[in-house]
Design a protein around this ligand. Structure first.
Ligand code: FES
Length: 102
């Protein structure tokens, strides 16, 4: 199965980073010692969420301000109406593995 392996040090607190998994861009965010991975493309108009801001467990799209829950991918604030995909994250020491959910 395709996966991305990254080191926890590659992620700064609340600074999302874009990685590529197969043909998809994934936005990876660290909050304290937890790591979340969601689709990088906003479901509203294709802006890159890794250029957005994180607050609590939300990521805000920089383009029109839609907010998504990093834990569930659920949309919290318009103008987006569709949830974004979330990815499986497994932490083993300082290694984080991200893959598609089954
Ligand atoms: Fe993200 Fe419009 S592109 S809110």
């Amino acid at each position: 199965m395709e996966s991305i392996e990254i080191k926890i040090d590659q992620l700064q607190e609340s600074k999302p980073v874009k990685f590529t998994l197969g043909s998809e861009d994934v936005c990876v965010a660290r909050i304290d010692d937890e790591v979340f991975a969601v689709a990088d493309i906003c479901s509203h108009a294709e802006a890159s969420l890794s250029e957005g801001d994180i607050k609590d467990y939300k990521i805000e799209c920089w383009l029109h301000g839609a907010e998504f829950d990093l834990r569930s991918g659920e949309v919290l604030t318009p103008p987006a109406f569709e949830a974004i995909e979330t990815f499986a994250v497994v932490r083993d020491g300082d290694t984080v593995t991200i893959s598609k959910k089954k």
